[in-house]
Write a protein that binds this ligand. Structure first.
Ligand SMILES: [Zn+2]
Length: 294
């Protein structure tokens, strides 16, 4: 009988019906995934994706126990650890429990029940217990962009994310959909942050108490992000060069740029672009206690 190799309807019910049809031909046999794919009009990968995993798909179709006893690699501790290593090598990061469960065709809870805590398993193969691509916050990704921009004196390239001095690899930026999109997100972040955050404005009416003269007010939760945007704007305005000696990290190896208060914070100087400038480490030190670094 002639049969189309594709389904006309891809609803859950239609997919499950197709699974049952294939399984019924294998009554009494052990149905492997390869055998299934050779007969089915829907690939097992599609089914895994739709229902969470291959095992879940079999469960949903009600054919996991009698009609299609699962035939799979016996998942031992060694098999599991090897799979984690292989994944890390392929994707350059720690896998999530669900990723490995899917690859081994077992339920995530089975792995945890048999082999213990996921984080402990990752540590066993020398991986950090963090999900792929989420090791860094958005803020840390942007911070890295500022550092690279300062280092090269220009917009960093995608390739440069994966070389020193970059601390955040290119994969982390895929959350924005790509490097160009990440740069656009960064620029809009920098532009949207107000020139001076409310937390950083000092009320001039309030006299400085001797006890608070040399310490800053406790930073508000958003003050650090304001600091990053402000720092980038000042560095950009100063063309990533020291405003005293003119050296830049891009041209002079070993030069470190800082953003410095012209009138020190302790003397009432504010976190405004007018009161900030780029200085190299040496020039910054040379001024002694007259100024302080941001
Ligand atoms: Zn300098």
């Amino acid at each position: 009988m002639f049969e189309l190799k594709t389904l006309t309807d891809y609803s859950d019910e239609s997919l499950l019906a197709e699974m049952r049809r294939v399984a019924s031909e294998f009554k009494g046999h052990r149905l492997t995934r390869q055998e299934f794919d050779s007969l089915s009009r829907v690939h097992s990968t599609t089914l895994s994706r739709r229902f969470g995993s291959w095992a879940d798909a079999l469960d949903r179709a009600g054919i996991s126990a009698e009609l299609a006893p699962r035939v799979r690699l016996q998942v031992t501790r060694d098999v599991l650890l090897e799979e984690i290593r292989a994944y890390a090598e392929e994707f350059g990061g720690s896998p999530k429990l669900d990723d490995i469960a899917e690859r081994l065709d077992v339920h995530p809870s089975t792995i945890q029940r048999k082999f213990g805590k996921w984080t402990a398993l990752l540590k066993e193969v020398g991986l950090q217990p963090v999900p792929l691509g989420r090791r860094y916050t958005d803020e840390e990704c942007f911070e890295n962009i500022v550092e690279l921009w300062t280092h090269y004196g220009r917009q960093p390239s995608f390739h440069e994310l994966n070389c020193a001095p970059s601390r955040v690899g290119s994969k982390a930026y895929l959350r924005w959909g790509g490097w160009r999109a990440a740069l656009r997100a960064f620029i809009s972040y920098v532009n949207q942050s107000p020139p001076v955050s409310q937390s950083e404005i000092r009320t001039t009416a309030e006299p400085l108490q001797p006890s608070t003269n040399f310490s800053r007010p406790p930073p508000a939760s958003e003050s650090r992000s304001m600091g990053l945007a402000l720092r980038y704007r000042v560095l950009c305005r100063d063309r990533f060069r020291c405003q005293i000696c003119g050296r830049s990290p891009a041209k002079d190896i070993g030069v470190e740029l800082h953003v410095d208060h012209i009138i020190p914070w302790s003397k009432g100087g504010q976190n405004t672009e007018e009161n900030l400038r780029a200085l190299c480490f040496d020039c910054n030190l040379g001024k002694g206690a007259k100024h302080e670094s941001l």
